[in-house]
Design a protein around this ligand. Sequence first.
Ligand SMILES: Nc1nc2c(ncn2[C@@H]2O[C@H](COP(=O)(O)OP(=O)(O)OP(=O)(O)O)[C@@H](O)[C@H]2O)c(=O)[nH]1
Ligand SMILES: [Mg+2]
Ligand SMILES: [Zn+2]
Length: 340
Amino acid sequence: MGKSVTGHPDFLHPVSPASLGWSDFFEDQRERNEADLAPMRIAAVHRSRLTALSLTGPVKLTLPAHTNTGDYAVGDWVLVDPQTQTLHRRLTRRTVLARRTEGSRPLQIAAANVDTLFVVTSCNAEFNPARLERYLALANQGGTNPVILLTKADTAVDVGAYQRQAAQLQRGLAVLTINPRLPEAVSALARWCGVGQTVALVGSSGVGKSTLVNTLAGPDQNVPQETGRIREHDAKGRHTTTSRSLHAIAGGGWVIDTPGMRTLHVSDAAQGIETLFAEITELAPLCRFRDCTHAHEPGCAVQAAVSGGTLDPERLTRWRKLLNENRGNTPASTGPRRRR
Ligand SMILES: Nc1nc2c(ncn2[C@@H]2O[C@H](COP(=O)(O)OP(=O)(O)OP(=O)(O)O)[C@@H](O)[C@H]2O)c(=O)[nH]1
Ligand SMILES: [Mg+2]
Ligand SMILES: [Zn+2]
């Protein structure tokens, strides 16, 4: 048994690798000579140490000399020497939530191996379609299924208006209205939180992410996540959560809590943006010109959709803005090749 750590992450029950999220995708990456190494899942990343979940409990990992904790993300699968608790290597990620922090390269991995991204937003002044679209692009790009969770419906006058706006952000998008403080939220989200499933919570500060983590974790949670009240006049949160962490959900799944983000810059997300704006992307081949920018060209199918009332002009503006930002932030070597 490894050195036990107190506090989060929570470790409530003995688990099988599958119940921790292990699958053939990871098993197939194990080399023959790695049979003695134990698969563990990164539960918290600190400046100088990593905490992982093993089948026998939480473990403080020892890092090999040449690595630093920045190479790892919450949700990562790693192979560990069970005797010394020394990390041997990280396995290739199945999904990634990667973002660009101001001026930074490489991208920062916010979380790894997440099945469902819960994009949490509130029915108040925090609600912002352009911001939500950024989260959706991030989820699409990383191979993670996005779901919008609307909180604070109890404080809103017209909840339906928020629900309708959210549902229009991406084709087929699931939008749920929940109160993170009530146990009913658990059953509402159960289909994404089954045994071995991993969800991550993202969104602005104060939308109720950590409150939801505590509700999902249930009464047996060792150390609840800290939560904080929002400012009354502008609904802004106080950035209560400052690091990412993995927590057990009472029903068997796993949830990653993250700090509220001020701004989410998009980069390396051309595919994610294309999925997000499918209704625009799909019209492009119908335009007269192959390189139509859908701005002023004659025979533009996208402009025709705007005139015909089937495409919201604001949506087109946001698409253009996000695409331009993505181009500006994506180096030619990794992005779509435009120059030789
Ligand atoms: N009225 C109401 N309050 C809620 C709801 N959901 C969360 N809250 C409250 O909102 C406040 C902020 O919740 P947190 O869980 O700390 O928010 P967070 O998203 O984790 O914020 P950061 O950690 O700062 O990113 C707390 O006072 C919660 O009790 C809701 O549906 N209705
Ligand atoms: Mg929080
Ligand atoms: Zn066009």
